[in-house]
Write a protein that binds this ligand. Structure first.
Ligand code: CA
Length: 233
């Protein structure tokens, strides 16, 4: 079922790497293992995988360097795996161009769920026209050319900032966006005061777009890190 998806697994810890590739194998994913950053960069450029699972703590070069190298030529989705629970590592990885993260220890179910959601995002991105005028995600519809937002048939009135936020999240659907990335894009700078404002605007935006189905938000909060719009199945 997943045979079309090739996953590059970058992890220097052999038992963890084996657990990951065994799990992928039993779920019909193809994979390429790599144990160092240099191997990862080589494999990414020669095999052009669909998804990269990348441990941040590697023996030769850091995972952050690997992300920067890959991002110099490719937008392939990168899911970072970090043993460190510090948010700063994840934030640095996300700002360097990673799409998502898993914190060690993680369950294989959690890993498979992240891979599936990345596949949904990939499918969407491959079929979406760059200049697509209308974005649809579940009951949410954004008409970019008319600057209109609908939930179901209901036209939703957003403030200019709320609209900018929603458009930014939708243009990066499936991707975790850091506070810094969002505030830079919406306000042009990233001061603490803007991060505080961001929380307020996000709360009001959610209230408006989730009014019909409270508790069923399409915008996830990543505490201490940022937000993500989830692609509906
Ligand atoms: Ca490691």
């Amino acid at each position: 079922m997943n045979n079309d998806c090739l996953i590059l697994v970058v992890e220097d810890d052999a038992p963890v790497r084996n657990l990951i590739i065994t799990t992928l194998g039993t779920h019909d994913y193809s994979y390429i293992p790599a144990a160092t950053g240099e191997q990862a960069i080589l494999a990414a450029s020669s095999h052009n995988p669909d998804i990269v699972l990348l441990d941040l703590g590697l023996p030769d070069i850091s995972g952050i360097e690997v992300i920067k190298k890959i991002r110099s030529w490719s937008t392939m989705p990168i899911i970072v795996i970090s043993a460190r629970s510090e948010d700063s590592d994840k934030i640095e990885a996300l700002d360097a161009g990673a799409d998502d993260y898993l914190t060690k220890p993680f369950s294989v179910e959690e890993m498979l769920a992240r891979i599936r959601s990345t596949q949904r995002r990939l499918t969407y991105m491959r079929h979406a026209d760059e200049n697509q005028a209308v974005f649809v995600n579940g009951s949410l519809k954004i008409d970019y050319s008319a600057n209109c937002v609908f939930v179901g048939d209901q036209l939703i009135h957003l403030t200019p900032i709320e609209y900018k936020l929603l458009v930014l999240l939708s243009r990066n659907v499936g991707k975790v966006l850091t506070y810094q990335f969002i505030t830079k894009n919406v306000w042009g700078s990233s001061y603490d005061s803007e991060i505080a404002s961001l929380r307020v605007f996000m709360a009001s935006l959610r209230k408006k777009i989730d009014a019909d189905n409270p508790g069923e938000t399409c915008i996830q909060t990543h505490i201490g890190i940022g937000y993500r719009m989830i692609k509906a199945e």
